[in-house]
Design a protein around this ligand. Structure first.
Ligand code: ZN
Length: 627
């Protein structure tokens, strides 16, 4: 081990420098992140010289990679000495997909200091095994770079783990929801809140939202609030409306609404109006939030996910969300790398965390490889299935166009402040009218204050028009789509939108062909964290009913996996660290229960993850094979 230390401590010591460098430069007004970035297509290639230099046969190593100039100077300055290092960990006899544009498999992978040291044939890498090296025989199993979920809500997902589950997985009807609420009410003193989450009216036997009366029937003496799967609306019972002080003639707040039938509140509350209810629900403590983060991290690990962007830190408990991540880190509960997208507006009942961070001089990039500040987050509209996404043409009812959360002027003014201070900006926009507004905002701020490589994002970017695709490319704005929506919500969209619009929604193939660098994500708990659902959706665009929504937008398995790994890494400026199993990259790996490259899409849905490695550490072991 001494030999390992003396030979390899210099290169490892330079890695933290990357994060520091990013912080220092990203905060400069108008500046951009100066992290040394190799070409995006950096990938392992056969190099015969490496064989002579490192004595490792045809293996690609960190040192060989650097010598070929795939990394800029900062990466290779610390590389010296001639000793061959021992690996901390070797994965051998596998079918290892190196990620990115690669369409070949490697057999073995060596890890040192949490990073990939080398990839190649088993025989070539075995010399890296020393007395302390852990060797895991993959026995022919498939391994891929750890999944990277570019847009999820980990704390909400974790809290849902403790809330009453009324998702389509758990209930089939409003009657089922009532039973679950009734059971909860029986165990809690009258007056205490009952929170349930995840219902989808499209999947309920009654084909409608629950009403306050449905919930009153189940729990007349408890305030009850049941949120819909898209998190953009929820249903309150009479006690909850009363507790929140919402009167029958309550005016709608900007960007939200209280639904009524015959002049009476139905209990259904949309978007910004939900804040009125959340303000009266006792908030979770920081400890509750830490447990939620830890619960979510375990859930992500179970699915081979090693990096996640929290798409709205502050949505649950304001600044406590941020505290919870830090506490989870300190308590050793973070087994996923989180990029934190700070909430910049008070949408969906959240409390903004971005303004204070801006004020204090932070910017995108601050942090380290486990916890880092990402973009700031705004909302431009709602959801398509909830008919609150903003469209230029009406929904099928012929009269509603959805809701724009901000005026153009207001959103531009807000975004401008962050853009000028070096922040990446992420704006939720689903309908084409919202996407248009966001592109107008980005175009204005980029013209006023040009910033190279700002990588501003459009979260969801679902119903994008052809002319808008051109603008995305020209402005370097990244779509951050959830292809899994086409699988889970595809049929539901048709209740409100014409077939033509649904067929062209979330166009992964077009995004790829136009070089727009799409990522992939689950929006969990809006959809399950399981990335194989998203991969399946990218391959088939098929609903559980068997209906296919736009077959011409299907992509192949390599493209789907690349979107979910290196594509997502690009959205957080991590393409030199994540998404490839190549020398120098973080050793974040998922070992799968089956060969997904040769499985049919339907077979692929049954994939489980046997092992998940984050920084070379085993964070999930389904079969207990390493214990
Ligand atoms: Zn979201």
């Amino acid at each position: 081990m001494d030999r390992l230390k003396s030979s390899w401590s210099p290169p490892l010591a330079i890695f933290p420098h990357l994060a520091r460098e990013c912080v220092r430069t990203a905060a400069v007004p108008n500046g951009h992140c100066a992290v040394p970035i190799p070409p995006h297509n950096a990938q392992p290639r056969r190099d015969r010289r490496a064989k002579a230099e490192n004595g490792l046969g045809g293996a690609r190593t960190l040192r060989g990679h650097a010598r070929r100039g795939h990394y800029q100077k900062g990466w290779i300055s610390g590389l010296s000495g001639t000793n061959t290092a021992h690996a901390d960990l070797l994965l051998i006899n596998g079918r290892i997909w190196p990620g990115g544009p690669a369409r070949h498999m490697e057999e073995a992978l060596a890890v040192v200091g949490g990073r990939v040291l080398a990839v190649g044939r088993t025989a070539d890498l075995m010399p890296l095994a020393g007395p302390d090296t852990r060797v895991i025989d993959l026995r022919g199993r498939t391994a891929i770079p750890g999944f990277n979920d570019a847009h999820a809500h980990p704390i909400t997902l974790g809290l849902h783990g403790t809330r009453i589950d009324v998702s389509p997985r758990a209930v089939r009807s409003i009657r089922d929801i009532q039973e679950k609420i009734r059971a909860a009410a029986a165990t809690r003193p009258p007056g205490t809140w009952i929170l349930a989450a995840g219902y989808d009216d499209a999947h309920l036997a009654e084909g409608r939202h629950p009403t306050r009366d449905d919930l009153d029937e189940a729990a007349p003496n408890h305030p009850v609030f049941v949120t819909r799967t898209d998190l953009h609306m929820g249903v309150a019972n009479s006690r909850a409306l009363e507790a929140a002080g919402i009167k029958e003639d309550e005016p709608d707040p900007p960007g939200g609404s209280f639904h009524r039938e015959g002049g009476r509140l139905t209990g259904l509350i949309v978007d910004n109006a939900m804040q009125r209810v959340f303000a009266h629900v006792p908030p979770p403590t920081v400890d509750d939030l830490v447990e939620a983060v830890a619960w979510a991290a375990r859930e992500f690990n179970r699915w081979g996910i090693t990096s996640v962007t929290d798409a709205g830190v502050g949505l649950v408990s304001g600044a406590d969300d941020l505290l919870a991540y830090q506490a989870a880190r300190q308590r050793g509960r973070l087994t996923v790398r989180f990029t934190l997208c700070l909430l910049a507006d008070a949408a969906l009942g959240g409390r903004p965390t971005a303004p204070a961070a801006l004020e204090a001089g932070f910017a995108t990039g601050f942090g380290d490889e486990y916890l880092r500040l990402g973009p700031v987050k705004f909302f431009a509209d709602g959801s398509a299935s909830g008919r609150s996404a903003a469209f230029s043409r009406p929904y099928l009812d012929g009269t509603s166009y959805g809701i724009l959360t901000h005026t153009l002027e207001e959103l531009t003014e807000q975004v401008r402040r962050y853009h000028r201070r070096g922040w990446q900006v992420a704006i939720h926009a689903i309908g084409d009218a919202a996407i248009e507004q966001v592109l107008d905002v980005y175009e204005t701020v980029l013209r006023e204050c040009p910033r190279e490589n700002a990588r501003h994002r459009i979260e969801h970017c679902g119903y994008v028009q052809p002319a808008q695709l051109e603008r995305l490319g020209r402005l370097g704005v990244l779509p951050v789509p959830q292809p899994v929506f086409m699988h889970i919500f595809g049929d539901g969209y048709l209740r409100h939108l014409d077939e033509e619009r649904v067929r062209r929604a979330y166009p992964m193939r077009t995004f790829l062909e136009r070089g727009l660098k799409p990522s992939a994500s689950s929006d969990a708990p809006v959809c399950p964290a399981n990335p194989f659902l998203g991969v399946y959706a990218m391959l088939t665009r098929k609903s559980p009913s068997g209906r296919v929504h736009g077959a011409d937008q299907c992509v192949d398995i390599y493209q789907a996996l690349a979107a979910y790994t290196s594509g997502s890494a690009y959205t957080t400026f991590d393409e030199t660290r994540k998404g490839l199993l190549a020398p120098g990259f973080l050793a974040d790996v998922a070992v799968l229960s089956q060969d997904i490259f040769n499985a049919s899409p339907d077979e692929l849905l049954a994939t489980e993850v046997d092992l998940t490695l984050c920084g070379g550490q085993i964070v999930h072991d389904r079969l207990g094979e390493t214990r």
